[in-house]
Design a protein around this ligand. Structure first.
Ligand code: NAD
Length: 339
């Protein structure tokens, strides 16, 4: 595109969105965006290629191509195969306002390395992730000044947990003079684990005896065998989840007061339990109470991750237009509903 066309695209009120990662969440994200008027989905990358069309990508064609050929790089005529798809897409896509990073964080340093690629590329805009681990968010915190200097507004932890539930915990805390605990319990039901390989591998990494390295090194067959032993169920307790550092940074409570656990059923789309966050505290009158915020059982993991991610992306665009750059978390900013 010419420099004039890029400026025209950049100045239009439509938010031009890119997706990095086109697995379970990336594909759901494309479907979430399709009916929206305020956004246009123009770019996406997977491990083997990318597609870019400033006039907009079609979710059905993209998902079909990804399933039948294994990469968006095969999409005609806008796809390109690449072993360096993220860097190549950033270099090529000159009219993207913001990206949702629906990428696996395997190894645990991967998302921070992607943020560094954006910083080095000279691209300016909004980045949103749905990172889960505290140590992964800490790596991004170390990049805060570099993101600011690069003109990037990066919102981290913007999925369901961390994300929607962490932000709800912040709101709920406002009734209290003192916070005693924040307890997040999630229930996830998916029909088959292969639709969300990274999510399930990252959850396995929290099981006793496992870690990120061991879970990422597992073959699909080994994951299948493990799930056969547990009847498809993963029960997770005291997880290293960034809800803790996000609530600490937002000044709500100490990270040790936050606990996260849940149950994932990888063979049934029905949730094994209702996802909720319980915030216990003392009011100014001295009463001890608990607020509970429970998600509707009909809402899927994809709905509760992608919806908030784009709400935060829109909020990030407002901040970016005001010249506010750097690193923020989902507990510090209110998402804005995307129409
Ligand atoms: P997935 O395994 O289904 O898909 C991953 C995608 O990333 C694939 O398209 C793959 O080709 C692509 N990819 C992998 N390496 C790449 C690379 N180097 N360059 C470009 N593309 C690459 O993943 P998923 O199950 O959709 O999960 C995505 C992330 O979302 C995970 O990190 C997961 O933990 C996170 N997640 C967060 C929440 C939350 O509430 N915060 C909930 C669910 C999932």
């Amino acid at each position: 595109m010419s420099a004039e066309q890029v400026t025209a695209f950049r100045n239009s009120p439509t938010i031009r969105v890119g997706l990095l990662g086109f697995g379970g969440l990336g594909q759901a994200a494309a479907r979430v965006l399709a009916p929206k008027r305020e956004t246009l989905w123009v770019a996406a990358a997977d491990q083997k290629g990318y597609a870019y069309d400033p006039r907009g990508l079609n979710p059905d064609t993209c998902i079909q191509t990804y399933h039948s050929q294994g990469s968006l790089g095969y999409l005609e005529p806008t796809g390109n195969l690449s072993h360096n798809s993220i860097a190549d897409l950033i270099a090529r896509a000159d009219a993207v306002d913001g990206y949702f990073l629906a990428l696996p964080n395997l190894p645990n340093t991967f998302m921070a390395s992607v943020a560094q690629q954006f910083i080095q590329s000279g691209w300016r805009g909004v980045l949103v992730d749905a990172l889960k681990r505290t140590s992964a968010v800490e790596q991004l915190l170390d990049l805060k000044e570099q993101l600011q200097a690069a003109g990037i507004t990066y919102l981290t932890g913007c999925g369901a947990t961390p994300g929607l539930l962490t932000a709800a915990a912040n709101l709920a805390a406002q009734s209290y003079a003192e916070i005693h605990s924040v307890k997040i319990t999630f229930g996830v039901g998916i029909a088959n684990w292969e639709a969300y390989r990274a999510t399930i591998r990252e959850d396995i990494a929290h099981l006793p005896g496992y870690n990120v390295e061991r879970a990422s090194a597992m073959t699909d067959k080994e994951v299948g065998e493990l799930l056969d032993k547990t009847n498809g169920i993963l029960s997770l307790e005291n997880m290293e989840h960034a809800d803790d550092i996000m609530l600490e940074l937002a000044g709500i409570c100490d990270r040790h007061q936050v606990t996260v656990g849940g149950v994932v059923d990888t063979r049934n789309p029905k949730k094994p339990l209702s996802t909720n966050v319980q915030v216990t505290g003392r009011t100014f009158e001295g009463k001890i109470s608990t607020h509970t915020f429970t998600l509707g059982d009909e809402t899927s993991m994809a709905a509760n991750v992608c919806g908030p991610a784009f709400g935060y992306l829109k909020a990030g665009i407002s901040l970016h237009r005001k010249g506010i750059y750097g690193l923020l978390t989902a507990a510090e900013v209110m998402p804005q509903f995307v129409k």
